[in-house]
Design a protein around this ligand. Sequence first.
Ligand SMILES: [Zn+2]
Length: 206
Amino acid sequence: MSLEITRVLCGMIRENAYVVSVAGRRDCAVIDPGDDFPALKRAVGERQLGAILLTHGHFDHILGAGPLARETGAPVYVAAEDAEMLGDARLNGYAHLMGVHEMPGPALQPRAYGERLSVCGMTFDILRTPGHSKGSVCLYLAGEGVLFSGDTLFCAGYGRLDLHGGDAGAMLQSLKALFELPGGVKVLSGHGEATTIGEERARYRL
Ligand SMILES: [Zn+2]
């Protein structure tokens, strides 16, 4: 099965959103829609938006989710542990950056992930990778060898540990678990450029 993946750089923090679909299908999923609704809409194009998948609850990954969900009716998924962050500007970091305490846009009505999620002809394994936040997950398409790693694993780095729910010990365990994946797995993260599990594993002695 061949995937079509479009990266959309969102907002002043340059967060990576991804529009993902199976080639030839008329529907798609959006992962971590940040603060650029018009660009996300353009990237979705004529396809039907089937689901909005969040890797965690930080504001820079979710600001496009409300407008997209309102316009398309697509369900929004997040881990239960991060659900409280979505509407809370203090917990999700928006208040700290913007100096306001109200989240803009429509409130989200998220659904909680299970172990696996099948949408738009794709089956994502939901890997629980706490550390950057309590409910951080990585979304793994095992058959295609693609991992959407959110802010857990970056090219040459990992996510901050000093925000709400951050936990260094949990991050260590999460990175160890990710490094058990095959080295050729492509890693598409929430910020910065793409990498692979093998390239990142080689940087650490865990
Ligand atoms: Zn984050």
